[in-house]
Design a protein around this ligand. Sequence first.
Ligand SMILES: [Zn+2]
Length: 138
Amino acid sequence: MTDDCPFCAIVSGDAPASVVYETDDTIAFADIAPVTEGHTLVIPTAHSSGLAGLDPGTGGQLFRVGQEIAAALRASDVPTEGINLFLADGEIAGQEGLHVHLHVIPRTGDDGVTLGFERSEPGRDRLDTIADAVAAEL
Ligand SMILES: [Zn+2]
């Protein structure tokens, strides 16, 4: 826990949250500024600022809980035609806040949400080079 982390304050009970679900190592709660109604955050209860410091088992739990929240959203009265799971690791990737969090964002056809990805066509040789560079670090 860090003193200036709002998510750690939620974990400790020092800050309010609309809690959806808790496990031993995770807690899920309603995003205070939702992209769409039902937007939920899943966080590890132990502070970690990024993926590099996150226990891999806990990372697996984040995804499992994200799946469960997604299923619950689809079963609920919250309008949900699809789901985006989103995790930003690092400020340049769009991470806001110092504590790792997985967004579970319910989607509908008229929600107005856009994902601003542009795709490229690098060709097989470049794909192989990149794949080899990543594989060499595993
Ligand atoms: Zn924290």
